[in-house]
Ligand binder design. Structure first.
Ligand SMILES: [Ca+2]
Ligand SMILES: [Ca+2]
Length: 389
């Protein structure tokens, strides 16, 4: 198993702000903040009958969800995606069997999240100050409500020359889904863009309100592949067919100079790039999408040894320290008892507008990443799924 510092750097395209505070802390527990329920989407009746009659692999309903007929697919990747890198957390390739489910055609947008907040009064994690009770040794300026925001340096440098992602990220007080770049920014002209600066609990609260849930990592990859078995990208194996950018990612010199050849330097309106084979948009790029699984870089090897239908991820959560330990040693211990939930890593998928082909080629269906359970950033959002009734 590769375990170089290069791998560690690739795995840290954004910093883990809360971790350094929490190393000082006693155990704590954040309640899951859930709000009242909304009407369930309609038009999801009897898809099994429809697809069995028509032989369809997928079907779109009027509520913006796509029905995916269950099946078995090859999950993971063992190949260099074209930039000379390896991504050991994606191996080994193995078969996964998935039941039928519905999935949102688009990432959840600011307009949709606004509806949720207006209906429930929900307040996201990034909008609430951190508690002095929880962070007794943290300075006051680090307890302000906010989120981690991409902050490119003024001059170009090689991101591989440092393992300090704070060179291009900053914790910004006042940043939230309403103000994705911090105070002075807003979303009024971005209502059709994906919501960002939300964390896993915020996403789960929205999903519950909408009568949905977050996808598992296995469901997400099944959907992202769009029926293309073992392809490198959601559209095939060529990174830029006919020279076209088919996902909102980063062009230029990461992180300082974004030439936005694809038309967007930050988020794009959901659905700005072609859909995949299942009619799903932005399964590559735009924003990372939260999944329900805990993250474990060695999970695929464990799963392949004991495969089962509809996997839901590792049983136990780990933190960034165990992930880094894994890349140094090939082993992944459990965190010490009492490790705060804030430090747990959840899976995120699909890459974002910050993925660069030469630095973090993760706008691929097999690419796996993680984010602290309660650490909002301005390149992470989500979409929802729904069980077939
Ligand atoms: Ca872009
Ligand atoms: Ca996406």
């Amino acid at each position: 198993m590769a375990n170089t510092s290069k791998n560690i750097m690739k795995l840290i395209p954004f910093p883990h702000y809360l971790a350094h505070l929490l190393t000082l802390l006693p155990a704590l527990c954040f309640p899951l903040l859930l709000s009242s329920c909304q009407e369930k989407p309609s038009g999801t009746d009897s898809p099994e009958n429809q697809d069995s009659q028509a032989g369809l692999s997928h079907l779109t309903n009027k509520d913006g969800m796509v029905y995916l007929k269950g099946g078995t697919y090859s999950r993971g990747n063992e190949l260099d995606p074209g930039n000379g890198d390896t991504y050991p957390e994606e191996a080994p390739v193995h078969n996964v069997k998935i039941s039928s489910f519905w999935i949102d055609q688009h990432e959840v947008t600011n307009a949709q999240f606004t509806q949720f907040v207006e209906a429930t009064g929900y307040v996201t994690f990034a909008e609430k100050p951190l508690s002095k009770d929880i962070f007794p040794q943290a300075p006051a300026e680090q307890l302000l409500a906010g989120a981690t925001v991409f902050s490119p340096p003024p001059e170009s440098f090689n991101p591989r020359s440092t393992n300090d992602p704070w060179q291009w990220w900053a914790y910004r007080a006042g940043a939230s889904w309403r103000s994705p770049e911090g105070e002075g920014s807003d979303i009024k002209d971005r209502m059709d863009h994906p919501v960002v600066c939300v964390n896993i609990d915020d996403a789960r609260a929205y999903a519950k309100w909408a009568g949905k849930r977050l996808p598992t990592e296995a469901e997400w990859e099944y959907a992202a592949r769009g029926g293309l078995e073992r392809s490198m990208f959601t559209w095939g194996n060529e990174r830029r067919p006919e020279g076209k950018w088919l996902a909102n990612c980063f062009q230029g010199e990461f992180p300082a100079e974004n030439t936005q050849e694809d038309g967007y330097s930050s988020t794009a309106p959901a659905g700005s790039f072609p859909a995949n084979g299942y009619g799903l948009y932005d399964m590559a790029g735009n924003v990372w999408e939260l999944c329900s699984d805990y993250y474990h870089p060695g999970y695929y090897a464990l799963f392949a040894a004991a495969p089962h239908r509809n996997p839901t991820g590792p049983e136990n959560p780990i933190t960034i320290q165990e992930v880094q330990h894994y890349y140094r040693t090939g082993t992944c211990p459990l965190p010490p008892s009492g490790t705060p939930k804030l430090m747990y890593m959840n899976v995120s998928r699909g890459g974002s507008f910050l993925c660069h082909a030469d630095y973090c080629l993760r706008y691929r269906p097999a690419a796996r990443h993680y984010i602290e359970a309660l650490s909002p950033t301005n390149h992470t959002g989500f979409r929802c799924v729904k069980d077939v009734e």
